[in-house]
Design a protein around this ligand. Structure first.
Ligand SMILES: Nc1ncnc2c1ncn2[C@@H]1O[C@H](COP(=O)(O)OP(=O)(O)OP(=O)(O)O)[C@@H](O)[C@H]1O
Ligand SMILES: [Mg+2]
Length: 371
């Protein structure tokens, strides 16, 4: 039960340096012992809404409430690693100050029990406590608390329904912020009570700028090819890009001046991208119309241990752009890719799925009726 009141437990320790408060090292070391390595995603998590990149609409609304306007209930949705959790934590820190903000938020994510009983008890109890409009030192601060329901799309419908009345009744003293990846999994009555903000995948210029500034601070020499590979593989997910960058720095030792090299190959290796030569080999095995060759390719490929979904996604991009294929061939292969990927997600055997795919591809590439 106590897990819910993280806020209370972390309160005093968060004073001063509250880096990485959500997952890594929450309330861990006091300020003097900051030598423990911190994951860069936590180290470079925005501390203030001004640091949040690219999400202009939500930043504008939050800034208004910082300047004294009321804060609506919020619903943030969008793909992973685009700044949803960081934005609301940064806004809470800006609103209440670093010393008070932990006691003014109740943060529940998918790792906490959030069934209907919890919504009825914990959330309701927290919402009913009053929040004063003054800090301990007498300076004013907003007279409300914030309940952050992270990964709200994994809450049951019953638990979501139980929130409706609490949201209305305690609306003046408690603001809710629901965060999710799939907004369609949030029930309509809740979405209609919130101001909805879509978090967009970060574009290339923002990613380049953020990664560049991290590289400068961490003394990294990032090759242009490595930057390009980071942008390609992260698909707008800054968390993924930062994590890959950090992992790459461990591939090569630092030089005498303390600089680490980040190479394009290193990035591709770390991010698990299937090298183009495997895709070439797959296409030519299928074109050969020989079952033995196709099976040999599959056996070798499986031995390499690549992620099958990664192959499917790269193959899809390649098929769509392949000029030598007719529209009919492309549609047959893409449909098979979709079906097989779905089966993989449902837990099907990888070997059988790739065999199914390559044999259908073989037929599509060589069959006279659709050539
Ligand atoms: N818009 C952004 N501005 C600045 N940093 C960002 C932004 N988006 C992501 N980041 C970086 O990525 C990390 C992860 O962001 P965050 O946890 O906020 O993502 P999220 O949108 O909540 O993802 P998820 O849906 O997976 O929970 C942050 O620590 C931060 O370093
Ligand atoms: Mg999040």
């Amino acid at each position: 039960m106590e897990a819910f009141l993280k806020t209370g437990k972390l309160g005093p320790k968060a004073v001063g340096d509250d880096r990485g408060t959500k997952k890594a090292g929450a309330g861990a070391a006091p300020q003097k012992r900051t030598t423990a390595p911190v994951p860069w995603v936590e180290k470079y998590r925005p501390r203030s809404v001004d640091d949040v990149a690219h999400q202009h609409e939500v930043v504008a609304v939050l800034k208004k409430s910082l300047s004294g306007h009321d804060l609506p209930n919020l619903l943030f949705y969008g793909p992973p690693g685009t700044g949803k959790t960081s934005t609301i934590l940064a806004a809470a820190r800006d609103l209440f100050g670093a010393d008070l903000y932990r006691s003014r938020i109740l943060e529940l994510n998918a790792s906490d029990e959030r069934g209907i009983a919890v919504v009825r008890q914990k959330v309701k109890t927290f919402a009913q406590t009053t929040a004063s409009g003054k800090r301990p030192d007498g300076r004013p601060c907003p007279p409300f608390k914030i309940v952050i329901l992270d990964e709200a799309d994994s809450m049951t419908r019953d638990a979501q329904s139980a929130l409706r009345r609490t949201m209305e009744k305690e609306g003046r003293s408690t603001k809710f912020c629901l965060i999710c990846n799939y907004v369609s999994r949030i029930i309509e009555p809740l979405t209609s009570r919130c101001a909805k903000f879509r978090f967009k995948p970060l574009d290339r210029s923002v990613l380049t700028e953020r990664l560049g500034s991290i590289a400068e601070k961490e003394k990294l020499q990032v090759e242009p090819a490595a930057m390009e590979a980071l942008l390609e593989t992260s698909e707008g997910d800054l968390r993924k890009a930062i994590t890959t960058l950090q992992s790459c720095t461990q591939l090569n030792p630092r030089d005498d001046d303390g600089f680490a090299q980040v190479t394009g190959e290193g990035v591709l290796e770390i991010s698990g991208v299937v090298p183009d030569r495997w895709l070439d080999a797959l296409m030519s095995a299928c074109r050969s119309n020989s079952f033995e060759k196709v099976q040999m390719f599959v056996d070798n490929f499986i031995c390499e241990g690549f992620a099958m979904t990664q192959l499917f996604s790269q193959l899809h991009n390649r098929i769509v752009r392949e000029d030598a294929l007719s529209d009919k061939q492309k549609s047959v292969i893409c449909e098979t890719l979709a079906v097989n990927e779905n089966r993989l997600l449902d837990g099907a055997n990888e070997y059988l799925q790739i065999m199914d795919l390559v044999t259908i591809m073989m037929g599509a590439l060589n069959g006279p009726e659709i050539a």
